[in-house]
Design a protein around this ligand. Structure first.
Ligand code: ASP
Length: 338
């Protein structure tokens, strides 16, 4: 891996110079699928291309206001409010009954605190409510109607999350009464992890989950240790993909623990995927699990079983969107055990 560092570093710095403005999106896309960037702090890493503007708002918020929790909440909130995003917040794909149910969680490394909401309806910013659960209650997780009532008590108002276009698509789906196929179009998540200039680690995650899911279904995203985990002594990890295949392994926790044992974020993501693929009856492609990770030094990693998995990383040098390393069954079997 060491020989990939200079190449990626060149890509990153060349893009920064071209932008001329620190913090401006570079949207540089490398083809080497090697996420070895120079460690930097503060750093924000998130899932998918749509994480890029979220990271940038997070960095700006941190730089201007000094709060990493505000940074994570605002960054993720940007994606939740984007009606064109079909997998997070408003505009998300509804469940089988045509109702959008959203899940979110947030973690604060310095005090190892967490908040989470799941299966919430009509709330525009579940990430904000998750933060309120963390800060205003003695609990970690609220679900369904209880989470919604809590949000209303906290001063949030209701917002219809089902857009006309998603309603029309759902009506067509309902006519066929088909079980939803898993494809790139009907699920995604924003998971974001941020490391501040001192090496403190924070994270958040938000999703509308698997499109046309069984009402009440909750995936990995709001489950601490599955869709997201941070440990201030080590770093953090987050997930996107089929939640059922992430939560059966507490995969984000596993990645953080692998980093604690000395693996780099990249190695930890790959080792976790390898371990899951070897154990599971599904093959890598069927599993559809994708991860991001960062350690407290600000070194990042990303890997997935989906070839199209992209992640975004933002530092004071700018933003880069890159293809994560894709691990196939063949590579995992040939690779031997870690
Ligand atoms: N992990 C999410 C879920 O299962 C969906 C995704 O990230 O693709 O709800």
């Amino acid at each position: 891996m060491s020989d990939s560092l200079p190449l990626s570093r060149r890509h990153f710095l060349a893009g920064s110079a071209a932008s001329g403005i620190a913090g401006t999106a570079l949207a540089t896309q490398s083809t080497d699928a090697s996420p070895q960037l120079p460690a930097a702090r503060p750093t924000f890493i998130s899932t998918w291309r749509f994480g890029a503007p979220a990271n940038e708002l997070a960095l700006k918020t941190y730089q201007e206001q000094g709060s990493m929790l505000d940074a994570i909440e605002k960054g993720i909130g940007l994606v939740e409010a984007d009606v064109s995003n079909a997998s997070v917040g408003i505009g998300g794909i509804p469940n089988a009954e045509g109702v959008v149910q959203v899940d979110a969680c947030i973690m604060s490394g310095p005090d190892h605190d967490a908040g989470s909401v799941a299966g919430v309806e009509d709330i525009l910013h579940p990430i904000s409510v998750a933060r309120k659960v963390m800060e205003e209650t003695r609990h970690v997780m609220l679900v369904g109607d209880g989470a919604k009532s809590f949000a209303l008590d906290q001063g949030y108002s209701t917002t219809p999350l089902l857009t006309d276009s998603q309603k029309t698509k759902w009506e067509k789906w309902k006519e066929k009464q088909s079980v939803p196929e898993i494809d790139e179009q009907n699920h995604d998540t924003i998971a974001m992890i941020g490391v501040d200039s001192e090496g403190n680690v924070f994270g958040g995650c938000s999703t509308s989950g698997w499109g046309y899911k069984v009402p009440g279904r909750v995936g990995d995203s709001p489950i601490i240790g599955s869709g997201l985990y941070v440990d201030n002594e080590v770093g953090g990890a987050g997930a996107t993909g089929i939640g059922e295949n992430v939560m059966r392994y507490c995969a984000s926790f596993m990645i953080v623990e692998a980093m604690r044992q000395g693996l780099s974020p990249q190695e930890a993501c790959e080792a976790t995927i390898e371990r899951i693929v070897r154990k599971d009856s599904k093959n890598a492609e069927e599993l559809a699990i994708n991860f991001i990770a960062v350690n407290r030094d600000g070194e990042i990693g990303a890997a997935g079983t989906s070839k199209g998995f992209q992640y975004s990383v933002t530092t004071a040098q700018g933003t880069r969107v890159d293809n994560a390393k894709a691990l196939t069954d063949a590579e995992i079997i040939e690779g031997g055990n870690r």
